[in-house]
Design a protein around this ligand. Structure first.
Ligand code: IFG
Length: 540
């Protein structure tokens, strides 16, 4: 019986795998064979050669070996470094390793330290410091497959690489024959540390299960930052216990007047944990002082005239602002930042700061500086859209560059680190072409090639590689309602962004990328991803 991965259908399977893995983890270095009861036999044979070199993002270095390593029903997965994290990664890999339909198999644990020929080994090796915290080595020979990394993130990324070497149909849980992997030696590590996507869950709300599906898709491409745009004019999407009306009223609507929605604090914490398990750090954004109509509609005291605003379901921007001259605003900011920061293990809190048209420059700068003090008082580093560079920024504050015709001069002058989100290259709510029904076009049409073919280190004069943390692709949801809509706009362009953020600039070529990406359409179909079959890619 086949059923696709992702979503609740497979969570019971994953729970089984994890429980087995956790049991193994406490026995130190262990080998485990994790299989499950599968239904009626399907032919066991050697599957077609896995897609040759279809890995995205392109690894730092790949050397072909000779011969092949066959993964079959008897292949053991062993892991060393016995942490629960590594055990989970082994169980995660076990989801993609072929299982034998012939006979149900129980779990077999090999004595610690026994290396069976033909085994898959995941090994933590702190000595591999040259690979950085996210790098890994992958050695595939006829005798076995070994992934080594100085930290668990590298092992997780090695598994994503192995996953992409296996045929697309491993993405569906079905019994498969033996899989042959070409002998290969890979050494890999990312160019940039910030490889992200942003979900605007405010214009339209996206439920927790859909956000988890999106996280699964991000993980396949080694993305590691999920920025959640949790508030805006049209909706407040996270429970704040000290200001309950923010969700009771501010969370009750959306663009177009739909029902809206919000995450309880427990649901937000669960999303943060789900992302962290896949080495993705959640970055919460509460946009301020602008883009705040949902809050202004929820509490009269946040408005300078003391009158609560009506809910807003349109698509205009720039008309709203917290009242920066009343102390209740700063009590509000402090309470919101405190409650969300307590639920957010990641080091960052994003205050937005974009498109404030109703404040003078000095009033805006004074607000940003006060918000910065509040964010830091709760132990977080502040991030803001590039307008915040008009204020005096703390050295740890990060500027997220988005406006194509801006220069980020003030940010560069202040020596701020930058996240690059140029709207004319990575705003995934931009239409692919005039024929794209979803999305906007104020920053121009963004083709897959546009999203791919640029060098982050040469985008902004004065912004050298050292000041660039990396890239983040926003998905604004004025016109996106369902997960299908997000998937349509995100794929294939998010894979292009992932490679631009991970792979060496000198090795990146559009023609090579599009040929490699051509094999991913079948994988996305197997995963149930509603991707855009761009005519730029020779899908196969
Ligand atoms: N700009 C606004 C977003 C959204 C976007 C849609 C930023 C930082 C246009 N601000 O991008 O709220 O409306 O493409």
């Amino acid at each position: 019986m086949n059923f696709t991965r992702g979503g609740c259908k497979t969570s019971s399977r994953m729970a089984l795998l994890c429980s087995l893995a956790t049991v193994q983890a406490c026995s130190g270095p262990a080998a485990m064979r994790v299989v499950e009861e599968t239904s009626a036999a399907e032919p066991v044979g050697v599957a077609a050669e896995p897609p040759d070199g279809g890995i995205v993002p392109l690894p730092l270095s790949t050397r072909a070996g000779s011969g092949r390593f066959t993964i079959g029903p008897d292949t053991e997965i062993q892991f060393t470094g016995g942490s629960a994290e590594v055990a989970w990664i082994a169980a995660h890999l076990a989801e993609f390793v072929p299982v034998d339909a012939a006979t149900p198999r129980s779990t077999r644990v090999m004595p610690a330290g026994t290396r069976a020929a033909g085994a898959i080994t995941l090994a933590l090796d702190p000595a591999l410091t040259s690979l950085g915290t996210e790098g890994y080595q992958l050695s595939i020979t006829p005798d076995g497959l070994t992934a080594s990394a100085p930290g668990p993130a590298g092992l997780f990324y090695a598994v994503q690489t192995v996953r992409q070497m296996l045929p697309a149909d491993i993405e569906q849980i079905s019994s498969l024959g033996r899989q042959a992997l070409a002998a290969t030696a890979i050494e890999d590590r990312p160019r940039f540390v910030w490889r992200g996507a942003m979900l605007d869950v405010s214009r339209h709300f996206l439920g927790p299960a859909d956000v988890k599906r999106f996280i699964d898709m991000m993980a396949l491409y080694k993305l590691n930052r999920l920025h959640l745009h949790l508030s805006d004019d049209q909706g407040w999407r996270i429970e704040i216990k000290s200001w309950p009306n923010l969700t009771a009223r501010g969370g009750s609507s959306a663009v177009g007047g739909g029902p809206g929605g919000f995450y309880t604090q427990a649901q937000y914490a669960d999303l943060v944990a789900y992302a962290a398990q896949r080495f993705i750090t959640v970055v919460p954004e509460i946009d301020m002082p602008g883009h705040t109509n949902a809050a202004l509609a929820s509490y009269a005291e946040l408005n300078c005239d003391g009158r609560a605003r009506p809910l807003y379901t349109g698509m205009r921007v720039g008309f709203s602002s917290l009242c920066t001259t009343t102390e209740s605003t700063y009590r509000f900011v402090d309470d919101v930042v405190r409650e969300i920061s307590a639920l957010t293990p990641g080091p960052w809190f994003h205050i937005g700061g974009d498109e404030v048209k109703t404040l003078s420059a000095p009033s805006y700068a004074a607000f940003v500086e006060r918000a910065q003090t509040i964010v830091r008082s709760h132990g977080k580093q502040m991030i803001g859209w590039d307008e915040i560079a008009g204020a005096a920024l703390h050295p740890t504050t990060i500027v997220q560059y988005w406006r194509p015709n801006a220069t980020a001069r003030d940010a560069i002058r202040q020596g701020s680190s930058l996240i690059l989100s140029p709207a004319n290259k990575v705003y995934l709510d931009m239409k692919y072409s005039p024929a794209t029904s979803l999305g906007l076009r104020w920053a121009g049409y963004v083709t897959v090639r546009t999203a791919y073919e640029w060098d982050p280190a040469r985008l902004l004069a004065g912004a050298s590689e050292a000041s660039i943390l990396g890239i983040e692709a926003p998905l604004w949801s004025e016109t996106l309602v369902t997960l299908d809509d997000y998937e349509y706009m995100a794929f294939p362009r998010l894979a292009a962004v992932a490679e631009a953020a991970w792979s060496p600039q000198s090795e990146r070529r559009w023609e090579d990328f599009r040929a490699r990406l051509a094999t991913h359409g079948a994988r996305w179909s197997a995963m149930g991803i509603n991707y855009y079959r761009s005519e730029e890619i020779p899908w196969r």
